[in-house]
Design a protein around this ligand. Structure first.
Ligand code: CO
Length: 197
């Protein structure tokens, strides 16, 4: 038996269910994608972008990495952003973090995790920036929650500052960047009320 047989079985059932509701569903998708939203989220398996916001294929352009980090030299993230804004014309960019993020937690610790520490260093810098306030919080779970929220705000700001977003806004392209956070404990998505511009 194929080691991924369960996944193929699930896939067949899913495809049949989709065409059961709309026989032309996949045919329409082959013609174009016109998503209004770009989602920048964490790779965490508990935070499946489309499912959380109830959007079918074709309606959410997605970029995920560990701890939903946006770096101005990350050609991967920038390419997603540029394609989403300039070619697809998305109107909303959602930076979505989540409570209990392992990547953010690692940034608060002094433990070594290998290569990933180089990536996590970007969150570590945000921690250093707000260290006084974060260290004043004695409850470690609350400190992590605060750090997860701060990380979203900083990453959303970084999206806003990219040349891609700045030039799009100068062209008059309607574009808003939102900072959201998801709670894996209850499945609820919360607006951090961070919005750019
Ligand atoms: Co995470």
């Amino acid at each position: 038996m194929h080691p991924l047989q369960d996944l193929f079985n699930n896939n067949l059932r899913w495809a049949q269910r989709m065409t059961g509701v709309d026989p032309d569903f996949f045919r329409h998708l082959t013609e174009q994608q016109t998503p209004e939203y770009l989602w920048i989220g964490c790779s965490d398996s508990r935070v499946p972008a489309n499912e959380i916001v109830g959007l079918p294929p074709g309606e959410l352009f997605v970029h995920r990495n560990v701890a939903n980090i946006v770096i101005h030299t990350d050609i991967n993230c920038l390419s997603v952003l540029q394609y989403a804004v300039d070619i697809l014309g998305v109107k909303h960019i959602i930076v979505c973090g989540h409570y209990g993020c392992g990547g953010v937690k690692a940034a608060l610790e002094d433990k070594a995790h290998g290569l990933i520490d180089n990536w996590i260093h970007n969150v570590r810098e945000i921690y250093e920036l707000h260290r006084e306030r974060l260290d004043a919080e004695t409850d470690s779970a609350r400190r992590l929650a605060q750090m997860c929220e701060l990380n979203v705000m900083e990453q959303a700001k970084k999206v806003y500052r990219t040349t891609i977003v700045q030039q799009a806004l100068q062209r008059g392209h309607p574009l808003t960047i939102h900072g959201l956070i998801y709670d894996i404990a209850d499945g609820i998505l919360k607006d951090l009320n961070v919005r750019f511009p």
